[in-house]
Design a protein around this ligand. Structure first.
Ligand code: SF4
Length: 293
């Protein structure tokens, strides 16, 4: 993997597309992702973004934005004012195009410095999205930030299966991610399991029962509708749909998503969100809930 230091002009990106209704901004401490060659990287939506990849293979480059915290401190006041006026609140998604707690974070500490900067310039809403149990290393900082803003930790847990035949293993085992969710939940943080993109689940009732005890809520998102292309066309160019169908025929259809939503609702009544609504914190049976609550 090629790792290089870069300077970012403004680390706060105004949200558009899928995230437009979820938050006002996204924030990437890194560009590229060292989890890109693991299971989640196979269907990762970012790998199709030429502006991010610039022709580079996904999972083989990482730009370290060492000035991210400084940039955040500089731009947060103006972006907050714009967001409150234009979007109804200053909500940050950390992160949509990388993982904030990938292994290089231990060495470079960019996310840690950004979380520290947010203590001084808190957003109104912070959604911390990760595939890694390394989020536990930041428990104290997150608890402190939760005192200053509306914070949710989203842990990606796409299935109960540790392997999908023919595909690489996940960056972090499923069991460890569920344990991390439970630990953060027990510490008092609001934790959401993001089953996104939904992969074939071996035992839906056992899976959602386990998530119900480890998390506050669950979001289910299928690659159809979730990957930003009509009918999941982007993801259909990857090996993911075929692998899903081999494990569970029908898993690459929206009917399967609906079946899993029904299973989740049996165990987490009023605590299940679907697609962008779920990422925004809007749960089924709570139609009046605020987008950023
Ligand atoms: S951790 Fe997220 S950004 Fe990184 S490869 Fe996986 S899905 Fe993509």
């Amino acid at each position: 993997m090629k790792v290089e230091a870069v300077e970012v002009r403004n680390v706060l990106t105004r949200a558009s597309g899928y995230l437009r209704d979820v938050c006002s901004h996204s924030l990437q401490p890194y560009r590229g992702c060292s989890f890109g060659r693991s299971l989640c990287g196979v269907g990762c939506y970012v790998r199709h973004n030429p502006w991010v990849t610039a022709g580079r293979a996904w999972g083989e480059f990482l730009e370290v934005r060492g000035n991210a915290a400084e940039s955040y401190r500089k731009h947060a006041p103006r972006e907050r004012a714009w967001a409150r006026e234009a979007r109804g609140g200053f909500g940050i998604f950390l992160s949509s195009a990388t993982d904030p707690f990938l292994p290089h974070e231990q060495r470079f500490g960019v996310t840690r410095s950004v979380l520290a900067a947010m203590q001084d310039e808190p957003p109104d809403v912070l959604i911390v999205q990760t595939h890694s149990d390394a989020v536990l290393d930041h428990r104290a900082a997150l608890l402190a930030l939760a005192e200053r803003c509306d914070l949710r930790v989203h842990l990606s847990i796409e299935t109960d299966r540790e392997r999908l035949p023919g595909l690489p293993p996940p960056a972090v085992p499923v069991a460890r991610r569920i344990e991390a969710a439970a630990a953060l939940h027990a510490a008092g943080l609001r934790v959401v399991a993001t089953v996104a993109p939904l992969l074939p689940i071996a035992d839906p009732d056992a899976f959602f029962a386990r998530l119900a005890s480890a998390c506050d809520a669950v979001v289910i998102d299928h690659f159809i509708g979730g990957d930003g292309s009509p009918d999941g066309a982007r993801t259909r160019r990857t090996p993911l749909p075929d692998a899903m169908e081999r494990v569970h025929p029908g898993a690459s259809t929206l009917a399967y998503r609906d079946e899993m939503v029904a299973a989740a609702r049996r165990h987490l009544p009023s605590r299940v969100g679907v697609g962008a609504d779920g990422f925004a914190g809007r749960w089924l049976d709570h139609p009046g809930q605020r987008a950023v609550s």
